[in-house]
Write a protein that binds this ligand. Structure first.
Ligand code: MG
Length: 306
């Protein structure tokens, strides 16, 4: 009889644990979605205030950067430039600084109130991030496209030399792949077995002057990376948090296999604000007062505006 009671208690405990686990998993995705909505508000409020900046690509990468920083990266408290003993991230397409600054602030790197200084004179939040301003979370200048992957590869090799087993992440735009330096870096990383690097390409099919097909077609990005010796992971729904989580989990599972890894993230430029979606026209254009109000209406405040 005692054994039976113990068994029932054990079963109850197991059911409670499973319930909590499922609840926590669901809460995490819900929390990530709520944070993404708040990040969208931050992006359009920042760009609107100074009538300058790049909302389209920022909105398209909100889910990815929120998931990366809040759910995937193993980060230390505080910030130091070396980033030893933690995962680090490099943004190559620096013009999407609004989403980067918002995610950094909301991940605790600096006060969220500082987002109100975006692009102002003497602010630490310049239009394109640089290390000169000393903003926590920024490890390289970006904005001159095509350079971030090279930096990330160097940092990944430095991690190996320093005996640090953590991962280097990088994000670049698809239009950015038209820069030749990328292909030298892509060739170099495969030749040198840089397998602690997870790069991502924001494959939104748009760049500032039009679609990537119109400006300079990229052909099959997947076939190109594979031909250069990379492991390729495709995330068809690059604005879906569960799909992003799965893609990043698959990417991490491939680390350490002598090959660099790239995630091809199919996103929608301007995602989350209907009149900004599926077009290059909001690549580098700020919303006016009415457009801001409509964008905010579509993305209700979740965690509090700065
Ligand atoms: Mg693009």
């Amino acid at each position: 009889m005692n054994g039976f009671i113990i068994l029932i208690r054990c079963l109850k405990k197991l059911i409670l644990t499973l319930n909590n686990l499922i609840h926590n998993l669901m809460a995490t995705t819900k929390q990530l979605q709520e944070l993404t909505t708040q990040v969208r508000r931050d992006i359009i409020r920042m760009v609107h205030k100074v009538s300058s900046g790049h909302p389209g690509g920022s909105l398209g990468c909100a889910e990815y950067l929120v998931t990366l920083y809040q759910d995937v990266m193993d980060r230390k408290d505080g910030f130091d430039m070396d980033g030893l003993g933690e995962d680090i991230f490099f943004l190559s397409n620096g013009h999407i600084s609004p989403v980067f600054y918002s995610v950094l602030a909301r991940s605790g790197y600096f006060p969220v109130e500082e987002l109100s200084t975006f692009r102002l004179l003497n602010s630490r939040l310049q239009g394109h991030p640089t290390t000169h301003e000393g903003l926590p979370g920024i490890r390289m200048a970006s904005g001159s496209l095509g350079q971030g992957l090279s930096v990330a590869i160097g940092a990944a090799q430095a991690k190996k030399i320093n005996g640090c087993g953590h991962t280097v992440f990088a994000l670049m735009g698809d239009g950015e792949l038209q820069e030749g330096q990328n292909w030298e870096a892509i060739m170099y990383a495969a030749a040198n077995n840089v397998d602690n690097l997870i790069a991502a390409v924001d494959l939104n099919g748009q760049q500032i002057d039009g679609s990537t097909d119109t400006v300079l077609s990229l052909g099959s990005v997947k076939a190109k990376f594979e031909a250069f010796g990379w492991d390729v992971i495709e995330v068809e729904k690059g604005n879906d948090i569960e799909s992003i989580k799965t893609g990043l989990k698959d990417a991490k599972a491939k680390a350490g296999n002598k090959k660099p890894i790239v995630i091809l993230l199919k996103t929608v430029m301007g995602n989350g604000i209907d009149f900004m979606m599926h077009t290059h026209k909001w690549h580098g254009k700020a919303p006016n007062d009415e457009q801001l109000a409509e964008g905010l209406r579509q993305n209700p405040e979740t965690l509090g505006d700065y």
